[in-house]
Design a protein around this ligand. Sequence first.
Ligand code: 7RM
Length: 647
Amino acid sequence: MSGKEYPISTEFVQQAHVTPEQYDALYAQSIRAPKQFWGEKALKFITWFKPWNEVLTGSFEKANVSWFQEGKLNAAYNCLDRHLETRANQVAILWEGDDPSEVRKLTYAELHEEVCRLGNVLKKQRIKKGDRICIYMPMIPEAVIAMLACARIGAIHSVVFGGFSADALKARIEDVDCHLVITANEGLRAGKTISLKKNVDEAIQDCPQVQRVIVVKRTENAVPWNAVRDVWYHDLMADAPKQCPAEMMDASDPLFILYTSGSTGKPKGIVHATGGYLVYAAITHYYVFDYHAGDIYWCTADIGWITGHSYTVYGPLLNGGTTVIFEGVPHYPDFSRCWDVIDKHRVTIFYTAPTAIRALRREGDAWVTRAERHSLKLLGTVGEPINPDVWEWYYNVVGEKRCPIVDTWWQTETGGAMIAPLPGAMPLKPGSAAKPFFGVVPAVVDEQGHDVPAGVMGKLVIKQPWPGMMQTIYKNRERFIDGYFKEFPGYYAAGDDARCDADNYFWIVGRNDDVLKVSGHRLGSGELESALLHHAAISEAAVVGVPHAVKGESLYAFVVTKADVGISEQLKKELIQQVRRLIGPIATLEYIQWTDGLPKTRSGKIMRRLLRKIANNDLKELGDVSTLADPQVVDNLIKNRIDLRDV
Ligand code: 7RM
């Protein structure tokens, strides 16, 4: 399990920011004297209007960690203004549309001007510091402009992925309590339109607090219009002034809220504070991707996810980079799309998810090799474990054995990469996220919180605070404490299972709670089950993940209908439709097994662990079923399980 090793080419090592010796020394330093380490880095990577009093206060025990207290800064200023002197005419955003013929380039000067204008537009709409704004947009430059305009005036952005349904959007708008939504009339994806504005209309039908919807015109198609509430982005921008001072923000002021799925209940609003988040996004982007001036950097993540926040927008712009914003998908117009984009724009760094790599690998090498890919120097992956075979394909075929792969483990909650190989500083092992980033102290522990020996699987925890860590869960401090700091007092519980080998390389196994990753999208069993229970015919439901060759995981549902309801193919279709409608097309049930009952503990909790084993036909060790209220249920479930399709 310590795995095969790939040394980094000497050519790469020569240009890398960190040598192996430097990594060991810097890492040791960052752990021994974290305040000194982060204080120095915070000054190097971020421009402060006023320095902090204390680098770090609080503790995991009290769940009150705070970074750079009293420090003053502004995110948009750091992403834009401070680069104007040296990079005004450098491209900041390199946008490629869904249709390859559509390309837009915005220099730092242009992006700065747009952000200032929109900042003024928002102020004119009476948006003030601390107000929340919901952004529901396709991957177009205006989405980034919207995020940065919020940051500039001190408003808190809450980006909702454009693939979420009207209902999912509504739940997020209600929780975050915003008065203004920024959207587009339509999105484009693989040549098809996505009705974003229509979804917003539906979402806010009974959200009276939303008084204004700003709409970017992305397509020429007309959309329903409410003349009192809706305004065109372009009309407002036309006469907006170009001067907009960057608001002085406290390091602890929230920069954004981003909703993510937990194992139970509604999605949680992860709050990231301005100071620590920006320091961590900038420094990790610089070291993990070995970022150098002149790089053309492409992270394929949508801004609706944390990867889009930290590594499509904030990280690269903080470092004065050129970030590719890609509206399209890897299979349109054909399976060469990514490699064509790389050749066309001379992309040097490419960061994507294992699900995309698996989908492309399946189509054969010719789609890759028909493009040159000479510009590439580094590859990255994030979102789920990458299987060693898939890693090797990415390394050998896409990167032609020339480009190191950074397999980055992190979470919405962590703000930035936590475990990842620093390219040049350590050999790579396919399937391992390698070693911790500076200042990060991960460990694998048993149920009692004791470190387990090398090679043994256990739960992944983080033992010391790091600057990128979330501040809280919006309006729910209790869930913040219970979810992350209760299980192992004094540690942050990541919710993943992992192993650490004798070389101190971490191997992430997967979630140990009921969070799922389908095509890299994070979904919670609880919200999927709620969506099923919404159907009048359903009395109980449990959803688990089963392996899928491309998606990583797919959804297997156990469903109990109400007593007087007959089961049918029609009902199955309705359920699939319903979950897609309530959450979004990313939540498509793959299997539905009808059952008369679900296995429950005597206290009434559904035993999802057992259901996962049944769905996966992993029946040898069903674990402790002694707490089951009705053991007979299990036999019936096994008898009626659905054979997983060979995908
Ligand atoms: C960035 C992101 C977080 C969960 C996390 C893991 C899984 C992420 C890796 C990974 C294995 C990786 N944020 N995960 N990266 N598993 N190797 N390199 O994905 O909040 O959406 O998800 O994703 O389970 O806990 S997220």
